[in-house]
Design a protein around this ligand. Sequence first.
Ligand code: NDP
Length: 453
Amino acid sequence: MAEQEFDYDLFVIGAGSGGVRASRIAASHGARVAVAEEYRVGGTCVIRGCVPKKLLVYGSHFAEELQDAANYGWTVEKMSFDWPTLRDAVLKDVDRLNTAYTSTLENNKVERFLERATVTGPNTVRLGGSGREISARYILVATGAWPVMPDFPGNEHCITSNEVFHLENLPKRVVISGAGYIAMEFAGIFNALGCHVTVVNRSETILRGYDESLRDRLLQITMARGIEYKFNCPFEKVEKQADGSLQVFLAGQPDPLAADIVLVATGRLPKTDGLGLETAGIELGAQGEIPVDDHGRTACDSIYAVGDVTNRVQLTPIAIREGHAFADRVFGGKDTSVSYDCIPSAVFSQPPLAGVGLTESQARQAFGGNIKVYSSDFRPMKNIFGHRPERGLYKMIVEATSERVLGIHMIGPEAPEILQAAAIAVKAGLTKADFDATVALHPSMAEELVLMR
Ligand code: NDP
């Protein structure tokens, strides 16, 4: 098929973080671009992920701020919380962002099809609603990932992070399955809002992959705040009672847990079901992911994939970078690629934790004995004044010989805000001496970064 015979230069499936960025950049390079989206423009991050979650974290944090207010001389009378007000305000903001993302596509002359699209060959897609067949020189799959609902009796009574933003009422008792990002973030939100929270995991680990000392600290603090944990307890079944409440039966536990909602947060898998990739000779990986090379190219030369659907790093900024690099490379003639080194990440638990680079155990594996660990275990001024015993913990892992910083990990108020700046230093390959040579910014929590011993 000659180039001009294609309906579009690029057809993007999925208008989430990666798809929207790729569409916009490709269009700015002069490509004729169309995007299909079966739900709402913005994707997981904007519609039912990072953004609404962070707003709920902010909303729930007022509990602590209002409690502390008395120490600063404020009298707050008749304090109460109304879940529907917060929920609706958050959902309104999601609408705003949905409109903003839609405008971005419109302003860049990207044509939108608000329906499902499936691949029917190396250069063709079919629209679900109309059945219309469209051709494109390139196809980009950016369909993201979807929460996993493990198979157990009664799982139809459970919800995932897709539904949690829409709860009619604030539950009194929340049982959360899983102890990863989503579980720990929502455990913090519901706990701060006054719900009784039980986190249940199949292993005895929370936040696998994060530095062990930080995970221990989070566990201690959240237990002191009233979150309960059940480890090594796979779900057996969930039963709905006549009054609408739920009973959660766990393996090895004689008594079921009573709950008003059960949130299942046991990972997210690539959303590739029924996408038709086999028609273009693309075989999916074991987790349903689309295998790609360093530049996002699949086994079919004209089809690329970016973001969670490739199951490499499930983080929004990575999907955005991959989408951008794809568009610059394919339509802008630029030799760009994405670096997966030193990706900072954070868990918006309460308190939050954040990290970049190697954890202590990863560094020990990679460098044997040739590492040094510096740390600062401190009680933030805010917590002293708030009569909260909770302590922050910052850790710096350094290669002993060169003193190059291999990783920084922190738990404490505002840790993600502080870590972003520290990540620049780690990415740039700075040494402990560079941190030591920097004057502390006093009084701040961030100053602990240059005071570690
Ligand atoms: P995670 O991968 O973070 O955690 C999954 C949890 O579920 C783990 O505790 C795991 O246990 C457990 N688990 C996994 N499979 C099963 C199963 N079959 N049955 C029972 N338990 C199981 O997943 P999330 O759903 O929390 O988040 C998905 C992804 O979304 C994250 O990986 C992250 O990339 C992204 N995300 C990022 C956020 C951020 O950047 N702040 C916020 C929210 C999500 P074990 O560890 O014991 O194996």
